[in-house]
Design a protein around this ligand. Structure first.
Ligand code: NAD
Length: 338
């Protein structure tokens, strides 16, 4: 099948071409993000392959439908970038890769947390400059700390497992309890109690209308002074302006982000010679107790192999008239959240 692959980076090309040796699709790689300006590139392609910051709103979907596209194969687990109702109305089949390597994201989350707790980002730079002083590097143990895990699906549960191994106490909040978390001694509590009782809060629920700005002024007001907040899920789970205020007041003791609500204009590009126009993001970069990675949590060899394999398998399933294993309908999206 002819597939227009958007937001292509060298690594996408490498892993998709390797996995395609056994699938035999005609992959045409486009570097730009899918937007109303670039959607015409997909003209006459029956399938497109898209990533997390591609724009699949009603306007772009209509352009794709008029161009003859029938299949949207996401090479991501999250699907907040797609207007699924519009896609269904226009007759699209949408697929995703629900679980490629939850370990990759969970391990990156714990990596951010460890770096924040022991100020490894500061220590790394200091030692390279011949400064071996420990002043200002005082850390905290993870052992014995209470961690609030928001969203205990595949990734959140792994994070809970890893941190239980460090000797952390686990509190959890989800719309449904996961027995695997309870088996670790994790306790499900209302969000308000999770906020007020946790030393560390880590976010692993999907971005949906009811989780938009889940961490807002009110949630932050309930949290302990000096709380460590980590978000490797989706940027808009956090009201970034409220978080900046909480960092300035010392309410948040440290912040680890792999995602940012306006990341589409920043991440996955080399902007090192440009002036960044986003003042909220640049303010975040000024804090000594903030570590930001640019949506890299998924980025392991294991995950990219699985993403490529599963994305192409979804396309093959569709081409051969089978229900793709990663089929995503509005009803399934709702079921995933309930
Ligand atoms: P999952 O579907 O296995 O788990 C999501 C969990 O969130 C489920 O248990 C669900 O019940 C829960 N949930 C739904 N609505 C909720 C609500 N309102 N409040 C609390 N919990 C709620 O998903 P997953 O594979 O664990 O992935 C979690 C998220 O991680 C994805 O939605 C995606 O946005 C993000 N992600 C990020 C990266 C990255 O590279 N940074 C990579 C993959 C996934």
């Amino acid at each position: 099948m002819r597939v227009a692959v958007f937001s292509t980076k060298s690594y996408d090309r490498e892993f998709l071409l390797s996995a395609n040796q056994s699938e035999g699709h005609e992959l045409v790689f486009f570097e730009p993000r899918l937007t109303p300006q670039t959607a015409k590139l997909a003209h006459d392609f029956p399938a497109i392959c898209a990533f997390v910051n591609d724009q699949l709103d009603a306007q772009v979907l209509l352009m794709l439908a008029r161009g003859g596209t029938k299949l949207i194969a996401l090479r991501s687990a999250g699907f907040n970038q797609v207007d699924l109702m519009a896609a269904e109305q226009l007759g699209f089949i949408v697929t995703r890769v629900p679980a490629y390597s939850p370990h990759a994201v969970a391990e990156h989350t714990v990596g951010l947390l460890l770096a924040l707790c022991r100020k490894l980002h500061k220590a790394y730079l200091r030692v390279r400059e011949g400064n071996f002083s420990l002043e200002g590097l005082l850390g905290v143990d993870l052992f014995g700390r209470t961690v609030g895990v928001v969203g205990t699906g595949k990734i959140g549960t792994l994070v809970a497992q890893i941190l239980a191994g460090f000797g952390c106490k686990i509190l959890a909040y989800d719309v449904r309890a996961n027995p695997a978390v309870e088996a670790l001694g994790g306790r499900y509590v209302p969000a308000e109690e999770l906020f007020s009782s946790s030393d560390i809060v880590t976010l692993h629920c999907p971005l949906m209308p009811d989780t938009y700005h889940f961490i807002n002024e009110e949630a932050l007001a309930r949290m302990k002074r000096g709380v460590i907040l980590v978000n490797t899920s989706r940027g808009a789970l956090i009201d970034t302006r409220a978080v900046v205020r909480a960092l300035k007041s010392g309410k948040i003791g440290a912040l680890g982000l792999d995602v940012y609500e306006e990341e589409a204009d920043l991440f996955f590009q080399d902007l090192s010679t440009r002036v960044i126009q986003d003042d909220v993001f640049t303010r975040l970069l000024t804090f000594p107790n903030v570590i930001i990675t640019a949506h890299q949590a998924f980025f392991t060899r294991d995950a990219l192999e699985a993403i490529a394999r599963e994305t192409l398998a979804n396309i093959t399933d569709y081409e051969q008239g089978r229900a793709p294993r990663g089929l995503l309908t509005p009803a399934q999206a709702l079921a995933a959240a309930r």
